[in-house]
Design a protein around this ligand. Structure first.
Ligand code: PAF
Length: 285
């Protein structure tokens, strides 16, 4: 197993962390398990960039809004460990809920601007759950660099803001979205898709590619670009679109005109109840 240890508690993590010599860089990939090629690409990036790598596997209850899929979220620790084994990482941290949330935990991390856009209104409490667990994991693991996927663009933006505002000594590295051959962004939630829904799901990326093409042809109106993507997606009536937006790369505010700085086109849609998100960047011309 190339030296991969499984740390099942905070005490085990602390003992392991204490043995890493000062000056040896530590990379960190936070996951909720059910690992796919998207996660694996983050792990590979960390292994390439850092002397040591630790991967956490923890299904974080506080980032699921009431009625969301916390109970059915796939928990596949043994197969996750097998997928990580050949990658040359040093440790897997698989803590219990108490290790992250001690009894009577009453402190949360709240971001008050970026988290109000895009997914914010549709997933009440989601980003404060993500921020609280990620800051706690950062404090426990004390990594030099942390690797996240661009598929969760808003999560990356909110966490970057947290790292900056709270002077967290971690370098944030955002890695490209990994896609299935038909374009569907990899996600642990893709496992919920029925065969029919799976056939339709790539329409999300297809619609983003259409928006990108229109932008490259010279269209710069945020609302027209978003309307084009939305129309393409809604031509398959099975999608319930939560938002289809062209927003500022840093503030995530809707953009009337895509200027020199570029933009991100972000979409969230439900397909037979499964919530899918994706995005593409509009690079400056
Ligand atoms: O992106 C995820 O899988 C989760 O939001 C994270 C960052 C592991 C926090 O629970």
């Amino acid at each position: 197993m190339l030296g991969q240890v499984v740390l099942r508690s905070l005490a085990e993590l602390r003992a392991w962390r204490a043995q890493i010599p000062l000056g040896e860089s530590l990379g960190f990939v936070a996951t909720m398990g059910a690992l796919h090629e998207g996660h694996i690409s983050l792990v590979r990036e960390s292994v390439a960039k850092c002397r040591r790598t630790v991967v956490s596997i923890f299904v974080n209850p506080t980032q699921f809004a009431p009625g969301e899929d916390l109970d059915k979220y796939p928990r596949t620790l043994e197969s996750d460990l097998a997928k990580l084994a050949p990658l040359g990482i040093d440790a897997v941290y698989a803590p219990s809920v108490d290790d992250l949330y001690p009894p009577e935990a009453s402190t949360i991390v709240v971001e008050t601007s970026l988290s109000k856009h895009l997914c914010g209104p549709f997933r009440p409490g989601h980003f404060r759950g993500v921020m609280t667990v990620v800051l706690t994991l950062f404090n426990q693991v004390r990594p030099d660099a942390a690797f996240f996927g661009q598929k969760d663009y808003q999560q990356c933006a909110v966490l970057r803001r947290m790292v900056r505002d709270l002077a967290v000594p971690v370098e944030m590295v955002v890695c490209p979205t990994v896609r299935e051959p038909d374009g569907l962004a990899m996600s642990s939630r893709n496992a919920y898709l029925t065969p029919d829904a799976r056939l339709l799901a790539p329409c999300i990326y297809e619609s983003l590619v259409k928006v990108l093409a229109l932008y490259q042809l010279g269209e710069s109106s945020g609302s027209r670009l978003a309307a084009e993507g939305l129309a393409h997606l809604q031509s398959a009536t099975q999608f319930e679109v939560e938002y289809y937006s062209v927003v500022h790369l840093n503030t995530l505010e809707p953009l009337e005109c895509v200027g020199k700085a570029g933009a991100v086109v972000a979409v969230a849609a439900r397909l037979e109840g499964t919530r899918l998100i994706d995005n593409v960047l509009l690079e400056a011309h």
